[in-house]
Design a protein. Structure first.
Length: 65
């Protein structure tokens, strides 16, 4: 079940990646809902996404704290 939440989170983040503010809001929500190892996976996924969308870099601060 938890894996389904991780995949759902990635889907949502991908859909809102056009807006950095909304993306950051969803990242904060994801951190509160995912397991620690899933947060690490999400961090890797977001870092790859920010290479395509550099304006999303500001959201990495939530993953590094």
């Amino acid at each position: 079940m938890a894996r389904a939440m991780f995949e759902y989170t990635k889907t949502i983040l991908d859909k809102v990646s056009f807006d950095a503010t909304l993306f950051c809001k969803e990242v904060k929500k994801a951190i509160s809902r995912l397991l620690p190892h899933e947060i690490e996976e999400l961090k890797i996924w977001i870092e790859a996404l920010t290479k395509q969308n550099p304006e999303l870099n500001q959201c990495l601060i939530y993953l590094n704290s």
